[in-house]
Design a protein around this ligand. Structure first.
Ligand SMILES: NC(=O)c1ccc[n+]([C@@H]2O[C@H](COP(=O)([O-])OP(=O)(O)OC[C@H]3O[C@@H](n4cnc5c(N)ncnc54)[C@H](OP(=O)(O)O)[C@@H]3O)[C@@H](O)[C@H]2O)c1
Length: 332
């Protein structure tokens, strides 16, 4: 019996926050599996801010075409294989798209070593977001005990892991999050030393009160204008790591940089950027370290699961409204 695949197609490019008419829920038969290909039944799809950039005509890894199935990282199990490396039932990960089934070339898939953990954790803590956090806060900068570390989107997928690792390194860690509930989550669940509620509108005063000794490391997931305020509080020889700029994502053709960048030369400081893709040859080592920390209870994974492709639009936009904790995923 031929399988029917529900999939989300990019129907229109957004202007600002994506509206419902950017997406179309379609159904089609699953294509035949050719030599070298694998049919994957998708169980969990990653919802990532980067997908908003992929909706644009231009994006540094190429935009998704109108009429194409939306690109997304996903995990699932092999249902049929015509590739020697994969067998029925194997857990796999790849850029499988927002859909129920994917037929992909075997060389585009990762074969996953899954223990007791849910497969979805290979999108979060052992996937793109966890590894971005790990390499960003361990390889891009060396956190030393007693340093003052500030992390934005601290209640989210990347930020929550960055903040926990910086705590493990012995730093004083302050988060930034939107709303009192998220502030409580960062302090009580993540064990941070404090958290700024940026939605209160007095960011600068909260930063000065929570970090009276200034900022040695800022892990920036938000961009301007928050970045400008932080620049005014950096110490001598501080490091700012540009991981993302979610505040700029709705207008990628009019991105604004930091007006307060002269604090960098004045304070002999560094602003640098990286992406997860720059560490591709070290993923195995990163996953091994994350597994050790998770097994030892030193790092916790937080995940929020959404259900059904018919709810994709609302689920995806939670990344921008902030209506989630930790890694946001959807089960198709
Ligand atoms: N460099 C890389 O390779 C790489 C890889 C993955 C992710 N990233 C970046 O890391 C950042 C976080 O990604 P994630 O996957 O972990 O997402 P996430 O933090 O789980 O979700 C996004 C969060 O951003 C916050 N937010 C949304 N709009 C905002 C705004 N205008 N100003 C301030 N905060 C806003 C919301 O939290 P609040 O409720 O607290 O507002 C929301 O929960 C993004 O900038 C992303 O692009 C970079």
């Amino acid at each position: 019996m031929s399988l029917c695949n529900q999939h989300i197609v990019l129907a229109a490019r957004p202007n600002g926050l994506p509206l419902a008419d950017c997406w179309l829920l379609c159904s089609a038969g699953v294509p035949a599996v050719n030599e070298g290909e694998v049919l994957v039944e998708i169980s969990n799809i990653s919802l990532d801010p980067a997908m908003r950039a992929w909706m644009n005509d231009y994006c540094y890894i190429g935009g998704v075409d109108i009429g194409e199935t939306m690109r997304a990282f996903a995990v699932g199990t092999v249902r049929e294989s015509r590739h020697p490396k994969f067998h029925k039932g194997d857990p796999v990960r790849g850029l499988l798209g927002v859909q129920q089934y994917a037929v992909v070339r075997g060389d585009e898939l990762d074969l996953l070593a899954v223990g007791d953990e849910p497969l979805s954790h290979h999108l979060g803590i052992y996937g793109m977001t966890g590894l971005t956090a790990y390499f960003g806060i361990t390889a891009e900068v060396e956190v030393k005990p007693g340093q003052q570390v500030l992390v934005s989107t601290a209640a989210g997928a990347v930020g929550s892991v960055v903040a926990q690792i910086a705590k493990l390194r012995g730093a004083t860690v302050v988060g930034v999050a939107g709303g009192a509930d998220k502030v409580a989550f960062c302090v009580n669940e993540l064990g941070l030393d404090g958290c700024i509620d940026y939605k209160r509108g007095d960011f600068d005063q909260q930063l000065a009160a929570l970090m009276p000794n200034g900022v040695d490391i800022y892990f920036d997931n938000v961009g301007v204008p928050m970045l400008n305020s932080v620049l005014n509080h950096i110490n001598e020889r501080s490091t700012i790591i540009v991981c993302g700029a979610i505040n700029q994502f709705q207008q990628m053709d009019a991105v604004v940089g930091p007006s307060q960048y002269l604090r960098l030369p004045e304070r002999h400081s560094t602003l640098k950027g990286f992406t997860y893709f720059h560490y591709v040859d070290r993923f195995e080592q990163g996953v091994a370290q994350m597994k050790e920390w998770v097994a030892g209870g030193q790092v916790k994974q937080f995940e929020q699961c959404e259900y059904g492709l018919e709810n994709f639009h609302n689920s995806f936009n939670k990344l921008f409204s902030g209506d989630h904790r930790g890694k946001l995923i959807i089960k198709p």
